[in-house]
Design a binder for this molecule. Structure first.
Ligand code: DGY
Length: 318
């Protein structure tokens, strides 16, 4: 009998589904964003679960998942929605899809950095309101040229961001994290403390995972340490930032602007205050949303499952 795999969305690119179908019986939940309960109704009896849309897999979920589960594979790089120690404690393999999305997410980081720095959202609002001025000092922005760019978390995505920004004549790259990295040396980036990064950087770009160390890292205290001209960019996870503190920093001009692919809550309700702030460029978590990258993520998540079911190491195992 073929192993059985459950896919938790009917919106997964076919690359992964086709690969799974070569060796497995595949069940697809016929909705895009099922609840834990919806998934648990069909999961028992399956050997692997292909996780989409950050479905939360915790101890309670596993208690109700039946006894056949051998592999959990999330179609995402981030895995803050998975209780990884608990999954592994139960002898279940767990994998994710980093690397294949680094370039796409880095492109979004560049897009947000430039848009926030050059006030494109504010300019568009002025156009719509018929308030365009001819003054020479109207709507002036910040430049990457000659600036210091600080990267919070120099993982694969952080490194991909530095590589792209090197073309913009940035004067200095600094980064913070657990330790100095060889990759940082190779990129000519300097390892500094978080406080030094905040004090020195004209651009602060967050590309760190969400965990107990980073949850709520950007609060009143952190924003107050940043330069007044600083542009803050978050392409990681919304919960790394205290939303109210960011709103205050933007409204009071404690910092210059923000570019956000991720927010807390996510998605933002249409009437959320963050969407009313002219110096906040906000997009709805589009980091990996390209045709090519989502195909690659789908394929990698499927390959993780096949490897796990065949007793091989996953491509990207947690
Ligand atoms: C990821 O892969 O973690 C991205 O945020 C998309 O979910």
């Amino acid at each position: 009998m073929k192993p059985r795999v459950l896919i938790t969305s009917n919106d997964v690119p076919s690359a992964g589904i086709d690969l799974l179908r070569t060796k497995c019986d595949v069940t697809i939940i016929q909705t895009t964003n099922p609840s834990q309960e919806d998934v648990l109704q069909v999961l028992p009896g399956h050997d692997a679960i292909f996780v989409t849309n950050h479905l939360n897999i915790n101890s309670d979920f596993l208690n109700n998942a039946g006894t056949s589960l051998k592999v959990v594979s999330t179609m995402s790089a981030g895995y803050d929605h998975l209780d990884v120690p608990e999954i592994k404690r139960r002898g279940i393999k767990v994998g994710h899809t980093p690397m294949v999305l680094s370039d796409a997410v880095a492109e979004i980081a560049v897009l947000l950095t430039l848009n926030a720095a050059r006030r494109t959202y504010e300019g568009r609002l002025k156009l719509e309101q018929g308030q365009v001025m001819k003054n020479l000092q109207w709507l002036l922005g910040q430049e990457l040229r000659g600036s210091t760019v600080g990267i919070v978390g120099l993982g694969n995505i952080g490194q991909a961001i530095v590589k792209r920004l090197q073309g913009f004549s940035v004067a200095r790259f600094v980064y913070t994290g657990h330790s100095r990295k060889k990759a940082g040396d190779e990129l000519g980036a300097h390892f500094v403390s978080l406080d030094d990064l905040l004090e020195q950087s004209d651009f602060v770009i967050v590309s760190a995972p969400l965990n107990n160390e980073t949850r709520g890292l950007f609060d009143d205290n952190t924003f107050n340490k940043m330069k007044k001209n600083a542009v803050f960019v978050n392409i990681a996870r919304g919960q790394i930032v205290k939303t109210n503190a960011l709103i205050k920093a933007l409204r009071n001009n404690t910092i210059f602007a923000a570019g956000l692919d991720v927010t807390d809550p996510e998605p933002l309700p249409p009437d959320h205050e963050l969407l009313k702030i002219p110096n906040a460029v906000v997009i709805p978590h589009l980091g990996s949303a390209t045709v090519k990258t989502r195909n690659d993520m789908s394929f990698t998540a499927a390959q993780n499952i096949l490897n796990g079911l065949e007793g091989k190491p996953l491509i990207y195992e947690l």
